[in-house]
Design a protein around this ligand. Structure first.
Ligand SMILES: [Mn+2]
Length: 356
């Protein structure tokens, strides 16, 4: 993989490196940045090859749960005027770097490590892998190059994998994902503690926000679309932040018969962040792309600057087009588990017959 060779070469040869997360940072982008910094440090002889590595995130604040990832790590401290190398992690396009986009783009050498299919290949060197998360991509890249990864790093990378897949239930989960987790488990990762931290640790504000989102739940297209919204007033009344909105859309897609779940969140600047989930082969990244967004087949998102009343008919039309590609009758109730017992009985009967 030529681009990986070049990536490692550039990291080795750069003295000042800046790592960039995306705006509204999630666990994957934060953990990728911190893990990457640690991997570089753990595999560099600081005596002969000293390095300054700074991490940038355009965010007012990082919520309680994700702030554990960056605890003790300095963020947004620009120690040099110009960097030799800029690396973005988990950003599908350069605008996702927010206010740090300019610093990234004026750096002569840029690398883009990501896993979004909608990635725009905006860097000099683009390492876009079809993985569950950018954390999984970083693990693979480090593994191919036989780099050392401390237990700390494994815990960070595991955090990105489980959060981007809603604890291994959604998104791009491959044989590789499971293999990597097995390798991590053979080392040392705190699976129970991390599961509790990321999935059983919601602030009360999130529960109140969920209550409000669920009360807005509406169905359309023969109940194949579930729509929810969160208003600014909801956020205020629940004393919730944008972080608390993460995962709420899953409550829509978990409903029987629903193939597209939509959550529209009104943001501070009055634009909407629209989160989509799909199942039964529905590709919601196609829908998001129609509105300038992107993501993965089963999970995607986009921003919308105008009114919800304007968005509604457009979004409904886009969803219906996608649904028409997968008519309901084709998606009949599959038997997932087969019918082993009667199969076995039949075989036994047959073999008994043969023995007679
Ligand atoms: Mn990600």
């Amino acid at each position: 993989m030529r681009s990986l060779e070049k990536c490692v070469e550039d990291i080795v040869n750069s003295k000042n490196i800046a790592i960039f997360c995306h705006t509204t940072p999630d666990a994957d982008t934060l953990a990728s940045a911190v893990a990457l910094k640690k991997i570089i440090k753990q595999n560099t002889d600081i005596e002969t090859n000293p390095k300054q590595i700074d991490i940038f995130v355009d965010a007012e604040e990082v919520g309680d749960i994700n702030s554990a990832i960056i605890k003790g790590v300095s963020i947004n401290e620009q120690n040099v005027e110009n960097y030799d190398l800029a690396i973005s992690v988990d950003a599908a396009d350069v605008a996702r770097l927010g206010k740090w986009q300019e610093l990234y783009q004026r750096t002569k050498n840029t690398i883009n490590i990501d896993h979004h299919q909608s990635n725009t290949y905006f860097a000099n060197n683009n390492l876009v892998l079809k993985t569950s998360s950018t954390c999984e991509a970083i693990y693979m890249l480090a593994k191919i190059k036989n780099l050392n990864m401390s237990d700390d790093v494994l815990n960070l990378l595991y955090s990105g994998i489980i959060t981007d897949t809603n604890n291994l239930t959604q998104g791009v989960i491959t044989v590789n994902t499971h293999k990597i987790i097995a390798e991590m488990m053979l080392r040392h990762i705190n699976i129970d503690a991390l599961k509790t931290h990321f999935f059983q640790n919601n602030p009360k504000s999130k529960a109140y926000l969920l209550q409000k989102a669920l009360s807005s739940l509406r169905f359309s297209s023969s109940d194949r679309i579930a729509f929810m919204k969160i208003t600014k007033q909801d956020l205020q009344e629940a004393d919730a932040s944008f972080d608390d909105t993460v995962g709420i859309v899953n409550h829509g897609i978990e409903i029987k018969g629903v193939d597209i779940a939509i959550l529209a969140i009104k943001q501070e600047d009055n634009s909407y962040y629209v989160s989509l989930r799909g199942k039964n082969g529905i590709n919601v990244s196609h829908i998001a792309a129609e509105f300038g967004g992107g993501g993965h087949d089963s999970m995607a998102a986009f921003q919308y600057d105008r009114l919800l009343t304007e968005l509604h008919p457009l979004l409904t039309k886009a969803c219906k087009e996608e649904l028409s590609l997968h008519p309901k009758e084709e998606l009949g109730e599959e038997l997932f588990f087969g019918d082993d017992e009667s199969e076995r009985d039949k075989k036994e009967e047959n073999s008994n017959d043969n023995n007679k």
